[in-house]
Ligand binder design. Sequence first.
Ligand SMILES: NC(=O)c1ccc[n+]([C@@H]2O[C@H](COP(=O)([O-])OP(=O)(O)OC[C@H]3O[C@@H](n4cnc5c(N)ncnc54)[C@H](O)[C@@H]3O)[C@@H](O)[C@H]2O)c1
Length: 390
Amino acid sequence: MQTVKIGLIGAGFMGKAHVVGYSNVPKLFWPAPAVPELKTICDVDEATAKDAKERFGFKQYTTDWQEIINDPEIDAVSICTPNDSHAKISIAALKAGKHVLCEKPISNSSTEAKAMAEVADEVAVDGVIAMCAYQYRRVPAVVHAKKLIEEGSIGNILNVRATYLQSWSADEASPLSWRFQKKYAGAGALGDIGTHVIDIAQYFAGDIEEVVSNVKTFIKERPVQEGGADLLGTIKVDPDAVKEPVDVDDEASFLMNFKNGAVGSIEATRNAWGRNNYITVEVHGTKGSILFNYERLNELEVCFSEDLEDRRGFKTIYTGPAHAYGDVTWNIPGMNIGYGELKTIESYDFMKAIVEKKQPSTSFAEAYKVDRVCEAVLASSESRAWEKVK
Ligand SMILES: NC(=O)c1ccc[n+]([C@@H]2O[C@H](COP(=O)([O-])OP(=O)(O)OC[C@H]3O[C@@H](n4cnc5c(N)ncnc54)[C@H](O)[C@@H]3O)[C@@H](O)[C@H]2O)c1
């Protein structure tokens, strides 16, 4: 069986998620399309890199990502660093002929995202794969929603209303990590989490054509984390910390018109007490409605207009063996998957794409489109008018 040697860059929160994903591919999917082999882990922080090597079972560690690019043995690179370094690492890796799984958002700037999509396009002819890690479109319930939409079960889409609400930055004492700085993150809640639901909205209803937005920063300064505002790793609170300005949004909401005539709305915030990973996508069509909520990720709510009036209403489908990936994930409806399995599904699709030399979603071109929607949302909050997605 083919093995794919992995170099992973950025050993923080998502570094761990990618390791869980790769390690579980042959355990959940057998025969696997290819077996990932953890070769080198990189983090700018040496203690983190060293610890991750031991903990995750990599053969070696480095603090310089170029060593991964220059290693002829490495086949594929996972990019799990903050958003500002995605472009330079992805472009170098793709040009070196390595397959890339890059975390979202694809970049902190749509100019760089464009360059990434162009390079991905150029190397695709040689079978080099570039994938952006918008994993929520791979939740079996979301894949099933897409199937129902494509089959016409809810008719033509009229409205897509989506939210991504979290609470972790609602506390003013939550420190100024890279996520609150434009030079690293590009945008705040919009870029960090709004992008996930923009990706799903476009997966369901096609390209967003124009938006009108309301974008706000409520907490304008935050305490600098221990190690300084430019520390790109684990957040530690310094009790005597000075405060520095936040230059990204806490909350972004917008109305949108799709090219196909559908309308919709998106709200993203990390300041919603009581909401944790509250991704909801509700789709209304001419013949029915669909509702997905990630906090109940193995369920899909559906309502069909053709049901008899006295029993018409939302009913719950519990995803399992009858649905996407259901033959290999836990095969009891309702047990199905959690976040670790979702990252495994993503790693599986990445391996499959490498072996079959077929570009998977979310492609760099699609991820670049998500960044363009964000750019239009930010432009609209300045102009206070509808803005086209360029
Ligand atoms: N798909 C998802 O659900 C999801 C969830 C969280 C984060 N993310 C994305 O994953 C990426 C990383 O986020 P995170 O939460 O893991 O951040 P994090 O701060 O937990 O970890 C980032 C790690 O990268 C290291 N690093 C920074 N610059 C580096 C460089 N140039 N070379 C090597 N290492 C470097 C840091 O030291 C740190 O250990 C971001 O793009 C973020 O948007 C995606």
